[in-house]
Design a binder for this molecule. Sequence first.
Ligand SMILES: Cc1cc2nc3c(=O)[nH]c(=O)nc-3n(C[C@H](O)[C@H](O)[C@H](O)COP(=O)(O)OP(=O)(O)OC[C@H]3O[C@@H](n4cnc5c(N)ncnc54)[C@H](O)[C@@H]3O)c2cc1C
Length: 461
Amino acid sequence: MTHLSAGKIGELKSGFKGEILLPGDGGYEGARRIWNAMIDRRPAVIARCTSTQDVVQGVNFARENGLLLAVRGGGHNIAGNAMCDDGFVIDLSRMKAVRVDPAYRRATIEGGGTLADLDAATQAHGLATPTGINSTTGIAGLTLGGGFGWLSRKFGMTIDNLESAEVVTASGEVVRASATEHPDLFWALKGGSGNFGVVTRFEFRLHPVGPELLSGLIVYPISKAKSVLQQYREFIAKAPDELSVWTVLRHAPPLPFLPESVHGKAIVALALIYAGDPKKGESLIEPLRSFGTPLGEHVGVQPYVAWQQVFDPLLAFGARNYWKSHNFSTLADGLFDAVIEYIGTLPSPQCEIFFGAIGGATTRPPTESAAYPHRDALFVMNVHGRWDDPADDKRCIGWARDFFKASAPYATGGVYVNFLTADEADRVRSAYGSNYDRLVQVKRKYDPGNLFRMNQNISPG
Ligand SMILES: Cc1cc2nc3c(=O)[nH]c(=O)nc-3n(C[C@H](O)[C@H](O)[C@H](O)COP(=O)(O)OP(=O)(O)OC[C@H]3O[C@@H](n4cnc5c(N)ncnc54)[C@H](O)[C@@H]3O)c2cc1C
């Protein structure tokens, strides 16, 4: 275990406005817990920052004392890099402030804010920027990997809406990165994940959204999954950017709009949102109801913030999780056969396979416009292996890996950096794709000593 003298800790505490948590301190055990319960790490110090100056102090302390450094935003990342054993954690969970300028259509949010924090503040003005589908996710990790969700077909990736960022670099300097200030760093932040510094503040462009939108679920039996998926493929190819429809295959949760006899049985669900006038959306989604005979549906006009939280109960903190992911530019019949076969052997009621349809505005910027390289991805598949009992680890992980292999022949070879698990170092280059070499150049300039290496790492070489 790293030994830091009382003198060193005293030095750290002086001038630090937030909280310094050491093993044994009340609050330490809670602070080291993150979303994925598979991650059980014990840092030497958790520094709960409350200001950019605290972050500067933390970065300098870790660098000067040769400590392994991790950065915790929302703590959601499946790979668990928000925590480290025996090192120093910059914990941003107290830095969540959001400011909205409705006239200028801009929002700033601190580096520890969640999607829920941002949505609540922006939707108060009928504005939003595209983020992800689980409101407890951190805006920092999501944005730094690219970020996509229900509004992305219309407004692009989260990074496509990033206007500027305040960054504490490895040398402890505070810089503003934008198209005109440190443009190389700004480019790298837009998909290069946590490699370049601690982002203490993000500034986003906003768009008029809702606040009430048409959204909901239409559920079909697994016995009709192949036909439903084939019709879905044709439908989404022609859908306007305003309409997002994702597919989820899993065991039905006990949702009140489904007959009790269906609860716990395999289903295919279409999750939809129309980011425009609900009346127009109603006629556009009508064909989704005739892919067969639905088991049930729950579709209506509801607040956008409510839809942003609708999957939260299925994705709560504290379960064991192991994910595998592929990008697809088309959905092949062979892929549908493989999915249906593996849904037949789901190893736990919480496991699921989903296809997030992006496309639309996410595909239009050139590949080199930002570090995120997957402008060819029309669908992002995520195999959510999820369970509670450690005794099930091997079985559930094995299932996710086997399906990942079975679906690989149909995939682009690219992978979303934010869905990589801890054991996928061999896929890191595929995550950064053709932008990897340029990312290495920026890494050499801003973090030549690789202080920020608890991430999907870009080695400065
Ligand atoms: C249930 C669930 C649903 C998800 N849904 C979506 C989705 O719809 N769309 C999508 O795009 N992604 C989605 N994701 C993936 C998500 O974007 C990543 O897990 C992301 O890394 C989470 O960010 P975080 O800040 O919560 O994570 P953390 O674990 O806190 O951080 C992840 C990494 O980002 C870096 N980091 C964090 N904060 C900072 C900072 N302020 N400055 C610099 N580096 C930092 C660090 O390297 C850290 O290891 C989902 C994840 C989960 C668990």
